[in-house]
Design a protein around this ligand. Structure first.
Ligand SMILES: [Zn+2]
Length: 306
């Protein structure tokens, strides 16, 4: 399997060590935050929405107030689990008659960049898909830098086991002083079963850089419903009858399970906090990830904020 990293990234993060290892260290070093943070300067990003196919402009502004929030058509929509309104094809948040879909990869980028507070102006109903991963968001955040506030309260420690399940899919979290995820997935061939464990932010680069994926037969159905207008081999891994359709194949052998971890991290970050716990997830998706947070917050004895 080839690792298809845009050349510009190799130049951007060349640190004398060369190759991917140097970059993954940069990814890791950003995440050991202790206090609330925001981005160090304003920046903009443009891309197309996966479902609308329309160009969307994002403008990122430093924010003093706690949390990540979107501003769409004059409405402030907090990127929080209790503002999540739809989880069928992506994680969508809503407030009044304004909504923003596909926030999960951007949320994962905020997590990995160590940003706790930011205001994102968005001029469309959907966060752009970019290359299908969190990489371009992360890269811009890293370039902008981190501004640290004196306030803490950025970690949520799970104090009691919390579990949600739906058929054979589940998300379970047990108390632990670090963030540890084991994810397993099971799809039709040629994907089959894949399992991966990431501890803290180990392997962060491979997670940030892993793309969304879909099966060709599902794409047909979604397209008939008028969605996935922006989907292409430039922003998704397409899985055909017996092989990967993309000409360069996968970026990583475990890119698909990596991406499921990326989605889970992005969805868990709608808690508003960096979670400390041992996470075991099987065949989970946006619905179950959100249900987990609702269950977690349903009883204050389940967690403590630091
Ligand atoms: Zn995703």
């Amino acid at each position: 399997m080839s690792i298809d990293i845009p050349v510009s990234l190799l130049e951007e993060y060349a640190d004398g060590k060369g190759g991917l290892d140097g970059k993954s260290e940069i990814c890791d070093s950003q995440t050991m935050i202790k206090r609330q943070t925001t981005i160090n300067r304003i920046f903009k990003l443009t891309g197309i929405g996966l479902h609308t196919g329309r160009e969307v402009v994002l403008e990122f502004l430093p924010r003093r107030e706690f949390g990540i929030a979107f501003m769409h058509r004059g409405s402030l929509i907090p990127a929080r689990y209790d503002a999540v309104a739809d989880t069928r094809l992506s994680t969508q948040i809503a407030s009044g008659d304004s909504s923003v879909a596909t926030i999960e990869h951007l949320m994962a980028a905020f997590y990995f960049a160590g940003i706790t507070n930011c205001l994102v102006y968005i001029d469309g109903p959907e966060v752009p898909i970019m290359d299908g991963s969190a990489w371009e968001f992360y890269q811009e955040m890293w370039r902008a830098g981190v501004y640290e506030f004196p306030e803490n309260g950025v970690y949520l420690k799970v104090l009691r086991p919390v579990e949600v399940a739906n058929n054979d899919a589940y998300v379970r979290v047990k108390p632990l002083n670090t963030f540890d995820i084991t994810m397993s997935i099971e799809f039709r061939q040629p994907v089959g079963k894949q399992k991966k464990r990431v501890t803290d932010v180990e392997n962060a680069f491979a997670i940030v850089n892993s793309r969304t994926f879909g099966f060709l037969e599902e794409l047909e159905a979604i397209r008939k419903a008028g969605l996935a207008k922006g989907a292409s081999l430039d922003n998704a891994v397409a899985i055909g009858e017996d092989s990967i359709v993309n000409p360069h194949g996968l970026r990583y052998k475990k890119e698909l399970v990596n991406h499921k971890i990326l989605d889970l991290i992005g969805d868990l970050y709608t808690s508003g906090y960096r979670l400390l716990g041992r996470v075991e997830a099987h065949k989970t998706g946006h619905y179950l990830n959100n249900l987990f947070l609702r269950e977690l917050f349903s009883d204050p004895a389940n967690y403590a904020i630091y």
